[in-house]
Design a binder for this molecule. Structure first.
Ligand SMILES: [Fe+2]
Length: 304
């Protein structure tokens, strides 16, 4: 194998690049690191992978998944409606992602969603205590005063994070939602085909019971056979198939949600870096993703 000329660690994750000229990892992640802390630094003990990492191949373009994970809150209303009706997702309305905050940080994006004040996304008290201790003052302000937590995020180009929760059965009854964290890489395998690498991560110092339940919640929703994962797979493979057809070249895609009516939260009112928009049903992060992607294509054309 060709040795990777550049390798670096970030909060226990290993990054490698075959390009010797990439910027240092800390610089590449930049402002997005502040938001990644909510996924990666909830406990000083760090994270561990629970259950077997999963890999599967999908007949879909990797960019659809990468883009979906930085925005697209509105697809939940149609794509995942059945999981809400079936009580798998314990929310009252499919429009629950309408309210929230969309962020662009550096060349990346992520979404924030609210949780019931004081519930801290239903994390066990031990993890709540350590996250309030381990995160910085501004991050804790978001959790305590705004009651919001990052939901999904993509570090450009193809590394995504997802915090979610699912109701799982406990002793014959529906338990309250159990939170989980998955990270995934959308690995391109050529036009219209990708391999997904997916891990479920839990704080090392969490109880064995929580680790088991969190892994079950992940497997049922965003594992290879998970309900929501399969919902999304239908969209992505269908979009890829249709995009190769005769008609698709005759239409433009609409990425204008929010551009006329939503202004960024003013500096000083949002405790984190980057640009924050006070809605989830907007396309700012997606537009940011595509701008970055096209910048790379132009760099390639210019030989840099
Ligand atoms: Fe989805």
């Amino acid at each position: 194998m060709t040795p990777a000329p550049r390798m670096a660690l970030y909060e226990g994750l290993i990054f490698a690049s075959l390009n010797p000229d990439v910027p240092p990892l800390e610089e590449y992640i930049g402002d997005m690191g502040w938001y990644l802390d909510f996924y990666l630094k909830k406990s000083p003990a760090g994270l561990e992978v629970v259950g077997a990492p999963q890999r599967w191949i999908m007949p879909a373009d990797w960019k659809l998944a990468a883009e979906n994970f930085i925005g697209d809150g509105y697809h939940t209303q149609s794509t995942h409606m059945s999981t809400i009706k079936a009580g798998i997702m314990r929310v009252k309305s499919p429009a629950y992602l309408k309210e929230g905050v969309q962020i662009t940080a550096g060349k990346h994006g992520c979404l924030f969603m609210g949780f019931k004040p004081g519930s801290y996304f239903n994390y066990p008290q031990g993890i709540v205590d350590s996250m309030l201790e381990n995160l910085n003052e501004d991050q804790v302000e978001l959790l305590n005063e705004e009651s919001i937590m990052p939901l999904n995020a993509t570090v450009f180009p193809n590394l995504s994070f997802l915090h979610s929760a699912m109701a799982i059965e406990a002793e014959g009854e529906l338990a309250t939602s159990v939170p989980y964290l998955t990270i995934r890489v959308w690995q391109p395998m050529g036009p219209g085909k990708m391999e997904i690498w997916s891990w479920c991560l839990v704080e090392k110092d969490a109880s064995e019971e929580f680790k088991r339940n969190s892994n079950r919640a992940y497997l049922s929703t965003f594992g290879a056979s998970g309900t929501l994962e399969q919902d999304d797979a239908e969209n992505w493979s269908g979009q890829t198939r249709v995009a190769a057809g005769e008609m698709s070249g005759q239409h433009y895609l609409n990425y204008s949600a929010g551009t006329k009516h939503v202004e960024p939260i003013p500096d000083g009112e949002w405790p984190g870096p980057g640009t924050a928009y006070p809605k989830n049903y907007v396309d700012f992060a997606q537009r940011h993703f595509w701008e970055t992607y096209f910048d790379h294509l132009l760099d390639g054309q210019n030989g840099s």
